[in-house]
Design a protein around this ligand. Sequence first.
Ligand SMILES: [Mn+2]
Length: 285
Amino acid sequence: MAAPRFADAVAKYEDARIALFGVPYDRTCSFRGGSRYAPRAIREASYNFETYMMDHQRDIREVPVADLGDTPAFGPSAEMVEGVTKMATDVVRAGKIPIVVGGEHSLAPAVVRAFPKDVGVIGIDAHLDFRDQYLEDRWSHACSARRIADHVGVEHVVYMGVRSYSAEEREDLERLGLTYVSVYDIHDRGIRAATERALKSVNRDKIYLTIDMDGVDPAYAPAVGNPEPFGLAPLQVKNVIARLAPDLVGMDLNEVSPAWDFGQTTVLAARLIREAIMAIGEARS
Ligand SMILES: [Mn+2]
């Protein structure tokens, strides 16, 4: 059975402002596997919602979105990165905004590489993902911020909601000058101040957003590869999307492992993607 397309993503590719595609890849997963099933599960969950969005007082069908389906299955991570970069490059060159649905976080640097080096990258993640390699794999999902920094420069990457890193990552972030916003800082000072700080720090006009669903608290998003307590609330992530939307050139959402879900994680993932679609459309209308 073919997977459904994302709800209301009915535009033809040539007419689309946003092009969505899935990357069903989870081969570098370090704990709970199965994020390769997430693109399908999130697409199915997307049918939960009204096309009219009360908070925006607009219908999502006003924004032309094409669902390009999924990339093929890949073997080694380097092969996945090559394939995803190629697909994202086609979308970017066509002047469209890619929204990529994982799969695991290893896809984010692959998408970022499709852009010129002048983009800033803001991430939402419980983890810093700043290892230079993990289990001898430089493209592991544990290295997403590090590989993104290779492309755009370490000073143009900020992950928000961080509450976990290794001793080696701490050493590297200090040595290389990576900025991050801890989840405790967000709980103390609020998501709006934190977002402004992240934007100021990345210091770019064009922003790419990578959402690791484990940035959200496991109470709201239990079905993730590496759950971490003390996380963000869904509404805080919505606020980040709203603030960044006018400058967004691309986005991905990753690390949902549907086997651990009662449906709430995929529903939230679908809703955040719909939020991004509407906020992007609204900001450019
Ligand atoms: Mn993470």
